[in-house]
Write a protein that binds this ligand. Structure first.
Ligand SMILES: Cc1cc2nc3c(=O)[nH]c(=O)nc-3n(C[C@H](O)[C@H](O)[C@H](O)COP(=O)(O)OP(=O)(O)OC[C@H]3O[C@@H](n4cnc5c(N)ncnc54)[C@H](O)[C@@H]3O)c2cc1C
Length: 390
């Protein structure tokens, strides 16, 4: 495999780096999972969009640059290297958009993608319900046909919607045929969160941010044009979103390469101050190696996708297990390096790196849960990749 980037790719990287160096806000923005932080992050998303960096791999007519997947990876690497703000638009641009490109009508793409790219519309994901998490096919929220108005009436409850309290739209699965086999009677709907009959209630997280929302729907009207894919075929459409979430787009290697680099830097600073336990040096080296391995693995996947050899399928579960467990290990190592200062949050005077490590640690712990728990991913690997019995 030739890992040399082409002239065009190197030029793309330089252009991204220069723009990010000139434009990334000097300090971190307040958390995007708070009302104030979300508004500032939305403004940042708008700036990215205006400069053509919000959705680099998309067609130009929706605000992209038609960059290749390799160029997208380079952009991501530069983005995290520059410590640029968290992407609050991620559920739309990384999860829903690939599904819209695959299943959406031209009318849907023209109506929704540009607004998504510019963050005029920010999207939340509405899969989970109080009794449907890992067992997603257990969804009970339902949609009933409204023939007179050419649409559907949605009722039920969604939960754990990331940043749902601040988002404009929700994509989610609803039961349209209660008599069908569990995986068959579901349909994928696009639902305005500010519509009549929708109540959004924030749920406070462990770190104090209102990062989640419960969404209650009571007879909410959704027109036919906001059904994505075929009626009753929502499971199939949703699996495309899930493979983006677990596979390539949600957690690109740039994120972990940057964290590993910061961990090396933290080790150097700590080693200049105190004697560092040699097992911690090993853990930092492992973090760095893991991030490089993940990057190489991703480049291999991108190479295969670009050659048309494969489509992202159940192997996305391998990715998800790897990145989420690597992230936990990296942050645990940082916690150990920081010792008694590990738990100091941003507001504490003595906090190292403005408390970013403990915040990152708390979020890393969620990695093996969101995007489908790692136990479920291991089931997928066992059954669908290794062919083991259920
Ligand atoms: C930070 C974060 C963000 C999230 N964002 C969203 C979002 O935006 N939208 C959304 O819809 N959801 C979101 N979720 C919810 C997430 O998808 C669910 O928490 C997850 O799918 C697990 O479902 P559950 O919480 O109901 O746990 P359960 O399904 O009840 O699982 C409990 C435990 O049992 C294990 N388990 C269950 N079934 C099996 C099995 N068959 N084999 C082995 N072990 C099993 C699980 O692995 C887990 O350890 C988010 C979660 C987190 C933590």
């Amino acid at each position: 495999m030739d890992l040399t980037y082409s002239e065009r790719e190197e030029a793309f990287r330089r252009e991204a780096r220069e723009w990010l160096e000139a434009n990334v806000p000097p300090g971190p923005l307040p958390s995007g999972d708070t009302a104030e932080g979300f508004a500032l992050h939305r403004r940042w998303e708008r700036r990215l969009f205006e400069a053509g960096w919000a959705v680099v791999s998309w067609p130009r007519k929706y605000g992209g640059r038609e960059a290749s997947l390799t160029e997208w990876l380079l952009f991501e690497e530069e983005y995290y290297r520059a410590a640029a703000p968290q992407r609050i638009a991620q559920n739309g641009i990384f999860l829903l958009a690939p599904t819209l490109f695959e299943f959406g009508t031209e009318e849907q793409k023209d109506r929704l993608l540009g607004r998504m790219a510019s963050s005029e519309d920010v999207w939340a994901q509405g899969w989970s319900e109080p009794n449907a998490g890992s067992d997603l096919a257990g969804i009970q929220s339902r949609a009933e046909r409204d023939e007179a108005r050419d649409g559907w009436r949605l009722s039920g409850q969604k939960t754990w919607c990331t940043r749902g309290a601040f988002c404009d739209w929700l994509f989610g699965l609803f039961r349209t045929d209660p008599k069908a086999e569990r995986h068959r009677g579901l349909t994928y709907f696009l639902v305005p969160l500010r519509g009549k009959g929708v109540v959004v209630r924030p749920v406070r997280r462990l770190d104090g941010d209102e990062g989640f929302a419960e969404v209650f729907l009571d007879d909410v009207f959704v027109p036919d044009r906001d059904v994505l894919g075929r009626v009753h075929d929502g499971w199939h459409v949703a699996m495309s979103t899930a493979s983006s979430e677990r596979g390539l787009t949600l957690r690109s290697p740039g994120r972990f390469v940057a964290t590993a680099g910061r961990l090396v830097d933290l080790l150097r600073r700590e080693a200049a101050r105190v004697d560092v336990d040699p097992t911690l040096r090993d853990a930092v080296a492992r973090a760095w190696i893991d991030a490089q391995a993940y990057q190489l693995f991703t480049l291999q996947t991108v190479g295969r996708l670009q050659s048309g050899e494969v489509k992202m399928g159940p192997e996305a579960s391998l990715n998800k297990i790897f990145w989420s467990e690597m992230d936990v290990r990296m942050h645990e190592t940082a916690m150990r390096l920081l010792g008694e200062r590990a738990e100091l949050v941003d507001e504490a005077g003595e906090a190292v790196d403005r408390g970013a490590w403990v915040k990152g640690f708390q979020f890393a712990l969620a990695g093996p849960i969101y995007a489908g728990t790692n136990e479920i991913q291991r089931n997928v690997v066992a059954e669908r990749l290794l062919g083991l019995p259920r």
